[in-house]
Write a protein that binds this ligand. Structure first.
Ligand code: SF4
Length: 364
């Protein structure tokens, strides 16, 4: 049986997000690493490689497909209750020890991570999404920036079928990649993992490209929501949480910030799981920094009203949630508070239909 790396090397095509540097090297600019790559070598992500003077990128397969509630991504200000058809490939440009998708993201680096791949076409994925009743289609499970050309091909078909498109990303983007994605991506979720460059380097990245991308994603008109997995002892000091919240509020107070609970996973088994008190503290810091929409996730029913959306003007509860479940939806067709008519930022549907699913399931 061929090794996984051989299978992946066959499922490629020449990519778009690269340039020639000189006779020996090309540069990939799909992510903030901007790898210069010699003939026969892969970039840091291991899935994009230089062959014959061109950059070959992942194509024609998926390593995971699932029908998720959109609340699981999480997007709380985009089509609440919608089914988000979610697909992923393999590989990542970072190597976070606590990754909850490590089976797909670390498949090339870690022999213990073995995710089967299956051949796919953009047309088949878009069709299956529609058959499942999805309103949205999302590239997730691995870092979508490193498989951006494939995501765009899928999104072209999905848009033609009337679907909303989304990225669930670590945000280590480049201006060129964001320009390439802008026509095809509606929703963009970024994991802001820390506000400390040394911490980001431990995960295999740098802080500055992430911060630059957050500013650009918002300025370019993607619908942006930000998640911080609160990891005790890693990023949960008051000072670091405050720095993250203040940075986001400086871009826009309307960016939803999800502070979510860590549970032991992959190689990070030392810190304690995040407690509800930790999340309440993080959320309070977010509010004090001026953010209008702060959510606490991964502890359903354990964080008071921090799973709900409330009107920042009059305090009226607009969307009530528990976990991935939407219990009540009171926004007007125009996305306004029914009590004081304040416009709530987001990508709302004009009509809220019953939630399609509150838990993930496999299509077909
Ligand atoms: S996607 Fe990022 S890590 Fe992979 S080759 Fe391109 S620049 Fe390097």
């Amino acid at each position: 049986m061929p090794a996984l790396a051989e299978v992946l090397a066959e499922n490629t095509r020449v990519g778009t997000l690269w340039e020639r540097l000189d006779e020996r090297r090309i540069r990939c600019f799909a992510c903030g690493h901007r790898c210069p790559i010699l003939e026969g070598q892969p970039g840091v992500c291991k899935v994009r490689f230089h062959s014959g003077g061109e950059l070959h990128v992942p194509w024609g397969y998926v390593a995971g497909v699932q029908c998720d509630p959109i609340e699981k991504k999480p997007f709380h200000h985009a089509r609440p209750g919608a089914l988000a058809y979610s697909f992923g490939m393999l590989g990542c440009d970072l190597h976070c020890g606590y990754c909850q998708n490590w089976v797909t993201s670390q498949a090339i680096r870690d022999p213990l991570a073995a995710a089967p791949v299956r051949r796919a076409t953009p047309e088949a994925l878009a069709s299956q999404a529609v058959e499942c009743g999805a309103e949205a289609i999302v590239s997730t499970y691995n870092e979508p920036l490193i498989t951006a050309e494939w995501a765009v091909a899928v999104f072209e078909r999905a848009r033609a079928a009337g679907l909303v498109t989304g990225f669930v990303s670590n945000g280590n983007a480049t201006p060129e990649a964001l320009e390439y994605l802008r026509p095809w991506v509606d929703l963009y979720k970024v994991d802001l993992k820390s506000f400390n460059d040394r911490h980001y380097r431990e995960l295999g990245g740098r802080l500055e490209p992430i911060l630059d991308s957050l500013r650009r994603i918002h300025a370019m008109g993607f619908w942006l929501e930000v998640v911080t997995l609160v990891v005790p002892g890693f990023n949960d000091s008051d000072g670091e949480l405050h720095a993250m919240a203040e940075f986001l509020a400086g871009i826009s107070r309307d960016i939803p910030w999800h502070v979510t609970a860590f549970h032991k996973d992959y190689r990070m088994e030392e810190p304690a799981n995040t407690s509800p008190e930790d999340l309440l503290r993080a959320a309070r810091i977010g509010r004090e920094a001026g953010l209008r929409y702060v959510y606490a996730g991964n502890i359903p029913g354990g964080v008071g009203g921090l799973e709900d959306t409330a009107c920042p003007q009059c305090g009226e509860r607009l969307i009530r949630r528990r976990g991935f479940r939407v219990l009540e939806y009171r926004l007007s067709a125009e996305g306004r508070c029914p009590s004081c008519a304040t416009a709530i930022p987001g990508r709302w549907a004009s009509v809220f239909r019953a939630q399609r699913t509150e838990r993930p399931f496999l299509p077909g």
